[in-house]
Design a protein around this ligand. Structure first.
Ligand SMILES: [Zn+2]
Length: 212
């Protein structure tokens, strides 16, 4: 008998480290090891998308309750929330990967992001906030956009206002987490030193021992 796919690990969407420096990258970091047997995906259902959004402070507890009730009674909405979240995550991850490799994002990827943004903004309101205005979404009338809207805005702000050479991918083996490097001399290499940094150190240590 052929071995089946590796068992899905339990989702840690509600407790993942938020180390991307930008919510758009924290969002892409809900998966790791893309294309490898160590692949983990913490967005497994609409509930896990909501759990991550609360954890990352994209939505508050009240909106989360509204959304949980909505997806539990509406399968189509639940499927749309998960599918659109995964699509947006792929778009941002692809763009981030290009920049982190020193390339430019392809027009097709940027156009796809702009399209999601346009769809989200069509459902948004400009709301007074501390003397200025911010985009807000109503969880009842825009249950998917209330989560994807702020993530898309974060990605667009990165693209339009940031030093794109600071977009990096963790150098850990099969990690794939993205982050915006805010260190003074652009020296950050790892998602988390304690995870991928130490693993790489251990590996170097082991290979040195083998050579001895
Ligand atoms: Zn890493």
């Amino acid at each position: 008998m052929k071995p089946g796919p590796p068992p899905k690990t339990a989702s840690r969407a509600g407790s993942l480290p938020l180390v991307g420096s930008e919510v758009a990258f924290d969002f892409t970091n809900t998966a790791s090891g893309r294309g490898h047997t160590s692949h983990q995906d913490h967005l497994q259902s609409a509930e896990t998308v909501i759990a991550w959004a609360v954890h990352a402070k994209v939505i508050g507890a009240v909106d989360a309750e509204v959304l949980r009730a909505a997806v539990s009674s509406d399968e189509r909405l639940a499927a749309r929330m998960l599918n659109e979240a995964l699509e947006l995550r792929d778009i941002i991850h692809d763009i981030g990967m290009e920049f982190s490799s020193g390339r430019r994002a392809r027009d097709q990827q940027v156009d796809a992001l702009a399209k999601v943004h346009a769809d989200c903004i069509a459902r948004a309101r400009l709301t007074n906030h501390g003397g200025g205005f911010i985009w807000t979404w109503d969880a009842r009338s825009a249950p998917v956009e209330v989560i994807l809207g702020p993530i898309t805005l974060s990605a667009l702000t990165l693209l339009t206002r940031s030093d794109l050479s600071r977009i990096k991918m963790c150098q850990g083996e099969h990690c794939g987490w993205l982050f915006f490097d805010v260190t003074k001399n652009k020296s950050r290499r790892w998602c988390e030193m304690e995870v991928c940094g130490n693993r790489a150190k251990q590996k170097r240590h082991q290979s040195r021992q083998r050579q001895d």
